[in-house]
Ligand binder design. Structure first.
Ligand SMILES: [Ca+2]
Ligand SMILES: [Ca+2]
Length: 137
């Protein structure tokens, strides 16, 4: 569950704080190209050597995992319909994550995140990231 929350935070940052996130501290070459929540999600999962990028090998794994996940009829390929379903899944996923985010951080429960609530969300994201960085080795 923690892992899922982590992903949610990363994705949420991209979703809710797209504008502000750029201002955050990210050393050169560290979070350089923000490629949106999808990329963050992928990195989170498939950047095995944690260099912040997907190598050819990691990319291949990501692709294989994606196909495996969405290949409903098991022919090893994504048909048009399967691709569509995958896209749809992703949209639901994202909406669910955003909703989860909102539920967790919308402390005044007005249904949106104000600056303070966003800051809390961001702070948690940063903390998790730092934790992860400290935890590797
Ligand atoms: Ca298929
Ligand atoms: Ca709020």
């Amino acid at each position: 569950m923690t892992k899922k929350n982590l992903i949610a935070v990363v994705a949420g940052l991209g979703l809710l704080g797209a504008g502000v996130a750029q201002a955050g501290p990210g050393g050169p070459g560290q979070g350089g190209g923000r490629r949106g929540p999808g990329a963050a999600h992928l990195l989170e999962k498939f950047d095995l050597d944690k260099d912040g990028q997907l190598s050819e090998d990691e990319r291949a794994r990501a692709r294989a995992a994606f196909v495996a996940k969405h290949d409903k009829d098991g022919d090893g390929e994504l048909s048009q319909g399967e691709k569509q379903a995958a896209r749809f899944d992703r949209r639901i996923d994202r909406a669910e994550r955003a909703a989860e985010m909102l539920k967790r951080f919308d402390t005044d429960q007005d249904g949106k995140l104000n600056d303070a609530e966003r800051a809390a969300l961001r702070a948690e994201g940063e903390a998790k990231r730092a934790e992860r960085k400290a935890g590797k080795s």
